[in-house]
Design a protein around this ligand. Sequence first.
Ligand SMILES: [Zn+2]
Length: 414
Amino acid sequence: MTGSAGMDRDLLLRLPKPELHVHLDGSIRPQTLLELAAEMGMELPSGTVDGLYETVYKETYEDLKDYLRSFRYSYLVMRDPESIERVSYELAVDNQREGVRYVEVRFAPQLHLGGGMDYIDVFGAVSRGMDRAKREFNRRPEVEGGSEPPFEYGIIACSLRYFDEELSDYHGSFLKLHRHTDPDTIFGLASLELVGAAARARDQYGLPVVGVDLAGAEAGYPAAHHREAFAKAQRCFLKKTVHAGEAYGPESIFQAITDLNADRIGHGTSLFNAGAVSDPTIKDREAYVEALAQYIADRRITVEVCLTSNMQITPSMEDLKDHPFGRMMEHRISVALCTDNRTVSRTTVTDELLRAVRTFRLDLEDLKNVLVYGFKRSFYPGRYSEKRSYVRKCIDHIEKLIEPVMGGGRGQRF
Ligand SMILES: [Zn+2]
């Protein structure tokens, strides 16, 4: 990491980029939310895009719970296949416009159930929207001619660490049905159902569902509740990513890796926060976080870092320089830079890269590594040989674009 003076945003826009952590409902275009709400006769806190940015999609949030509250309008308007397809299509197009070539879109299909739709209908609607954008993009002559990599995507199904009956119709009925079930197993049961649906969507309906995720508040809702569901995902050869260390200490990251066998970690913000280790049996907290970081680096567990989102929900982190991204890079941890939510966090993949490059003084080699890690550690939906040739195409294109800037020299600044 040597420097980024004279940073070129235009180059970042042109580079093929992966996006591994983006929530569909957190990335709805505000204008689309207004239109869909109007069609349904649903009241929103504001009737204008600017008003939505003031009241719902704010610049800062009090905490993770406040951040998550901003999602409720989008999934309430995505209750039929057409609206889900539209939001998915627009998400893919917005990514394509800033040079993202591979998107793994994630969402909790449970939130959209009801109104005649089942899990497969929700996965199918997302896939139709993404497919339409993919077909349109891949008709470009530079892609058809093979000089540039095509646009590809995968779907990740999110299960939730915790929910209550108010979250959605599905969650209300689920809790009612299982009202005599031990509270420690009820959330795991919902996850188990989701994993089964994700595997069916892929195996019986040919949809590109590539993995599962666990999202939501961490403290008090441990990964261990979902062990059986994630073991099932493993048996079905679905990949696994887990939100961990976002709002809770390093042990949450440890649990995600050990209890759930996570291939990737969402956020991991508290990785180096020794003060947040709460297990009294851990005597040397500094040694513990160092060992954990080494383990993650050595096992090539990719951390999906979302700088803007992390800053928004961690008020104690006043300056982006305090974000552990720099230490992750120093530890040679495989990191991918992602948005988390384009609308809720008011950001883009390009902006996230730009912030990282400027704050942590990344050089072109660092930047290339981050992009390549992302493509390599994606849950690409095709065969491994196809993934390899796709990643190769992306690397070739990255090199073609950065070589003239580097002028053959390593450690070249922007
Ligand atoms: Zn997330």
